[in-house]
Write a new protein. Structure first.
Length: 63
């Protein structure tokens, strides 16, 4: 499995405390960190999507 998946999981887990602070304690700064983390997650997911598509296309071309 690709290292990007591990990074994705690590990022999600790193946001857990900020999610709790924002939703349970109404901590606005934690909300800002959650938003930034979610943007990073979106970008990382897009990079993984592109990588998967490129790999898929390269194996299709070889056949």
């Amino acid at each position: 499995m690709n290292n990007n998946f591990g990074k994705l999981k690590d990022l999600v887990m790193s946001l857990e405390a900020d999610f709790e602070k924002f939703y349970d304690k109404n901590n606005a700064a934690a909300g800002t960190r959650v938003r930034k983390g979610m943007q990073d997650l979106k970008n990382m997911a897009q990079d993984i999507r592109k990588e998967v598509q490129d790999m898929k296309n390269s194996t299709t071309e070889k056949k």
